[in-house]
Design a protein around this ligand. Structure first.
Ligand code: LCS
Length: 392
């Protein structure tokens, strides 16, 4: 992957651009399942890897390649593999990089299904996993076993906004002969570049900030080294979780405004989090931009901004949280995050309901926790909406 020295925002707009013979400004949607060969020899050469042509959309498609090159450039990796969903990306990583008998150390408060896939399904094939607060480096190190192959870190984590020291995590993983995988969905490459800290693989649910418009589900995996990328691509192709060209077109359109969207949303998030923290109805607020966040200083060093995700609990706990979610009128009561619309949800009964209650509480996902994803609306309107919902 060619790295150039342009600024991040320039690369957002131009990286991965497709060289089109008709000079289209935007990469067109190659809505085709298959590609013709000029002759039998060319077909054989493409299959043998001796020629570069496209063969079949599950194996590769110019619209999808354009997005892959763009995100690989933004994350400063060697290349990327786009997948049908974020969970497709998670599964591609697990399946490509683990063997029977492998062990995984993972962040306790990862997105519920990333944990559920491991505990419910990979356990059937002899893969073991341990969940720890990876922001606690001694707990992280103590969880390693001789057969640990992956350290899987979500930072900031969903929904507890725990921040893990990625440089230390990479050092510990590598000292134990394991790879570091970082789910960078909550930060996006605008705020955090895990490969710079030594991570081997970065993945995203592009459904969130990268696409940013709540109209596509998708995923992507970026690797530091071509050897790892090759294993990831081969697994994506084998399991058939490729990103469709129409999906890729929309995501590539969305990513161009990543900086603008996050800059705006994180300004509002800081105002909203500070406002919530001062309200008597609010028991506590978790926002990494507030000095009260336990890893605020680490986030300041490791990230270039604090993002737009807020967790909080009301003094009245679960019941008060439910009333608030029922009363908001502007924020949409819906799962997902990272889009232009502000969303509110209840992790314990929604995104993380699949994790047993005791495990949820150990991971910090209390029953009263409310998750709020700040969009790009006027911040005064969002605060007025929360105010009327709290007062009601
Ligand atoms: N990783 C993280 C950190 C996520 O938040 C999600 C989805 C995924 C992976 C999976 O991606 P998907 O397959 O949905 O594209 N998180 C969701 C959430 O918090 N609410 O709804 C989906």
């Amino acid at each position: 992957m060619r790295q150039n020295d342009s600024g991040f925002d320039t690369r957002l707009v131009h990286a991965g651009a497709h060289e089109d013979p008709l000079h289209s400004v935007v990469t067109p949607i190659y809505q085709t399942s298959t590609f013709g060969f000029a002759n039998a020899q060319e077909g054989a050469d493409c299959f043998a890897g001796k020629a570069d042509g496209y063969i079949y959309t599950r194996l590769g498609n110019p619209t999808t390649r354009s997005l892959e090159r763009c995100v690989a450039d933004l994350e400063e990796g060697c290349d990327a593999v786009a997948t049908s969903s974020g969970m497709g990306a998670v599964n591609t990583v697990y399946m490509a990089l683990l063997d029977q008998g492998s062990h995984v150390v993972s962040t306790a408060s990862v997105y519920g299904p990333s944990r559920g896939l491991m505990e419910t399904h990979y356990s059937r094939f002899g893969v073991a996993s341990t969940y720890v607060d990876t922001s606690d480096l001694s707990a992280l190190e103590a969880a390693f076993r001789p057969e640990t192959r992956l350290l899987y870190v979500e930072s900031p984590s969903n929904p507890c906004m725990q921040v893990t020291d990625l440089e230390a995590a990479a050092r510990i993983a590598h000292a134990h002969g394991a790879l570091l995988v970082v789910d960078n969905t909550f930060a996006s490459p605008f705020l955090q570049k895990p490969l710079r800290f030594g991570a081997d693989v970065v993945l995203h649910s592009v459904t969130k900030f990268i696409n940013g418009h709540a109209d596509v589900v998708g995923g992507i995996v970026v690797a530091r080294e071509p050897g790892i990328l090759k294993r990831l691509r081969s697994m994506m192709i084998a399991t058939g979780c490729n990103m469709d060209p129409h999906q890729a077109f929309l995501v590539h359109r969305g990513v161009k405004t990543l900086s603008l969207r996050i800059e705006r949303a994180q300004l509002s998030a800081l105002q909203i989090a500070s406002w919530l923290e001062a309200r008597p109805e609010v028991a506590w607020v978790r926002y990494i931009g507030l000095p009260s966040h336990p890893q605020h200083e680490l986030a300041r060093r490791q990230m270039s901004g604090f993002g737009s995700m807020i967790g909080f609990e009301l003094v009245g706990g679960l019941e008060a949280g439910r009333r608030l979610m029922d009363r908001v009128e502007l924020a949409v009561l819906a799962v997902s995050l990272g889009g232009v619309e502000t969303l509110i949800e209840h992790p314990a009964s929604m995104t993380h309901a699949g994790i047993p209650r005791e495990e949820r509480e150990k991971a910090g996902i209390t029953d009263g926790l409310v998750r709020y994803s700040v969009g790009i609306e006027n911040v005064e309107d969002l605060i007025r909406d929360l105010q009327q919902a709290l007062a009601g």
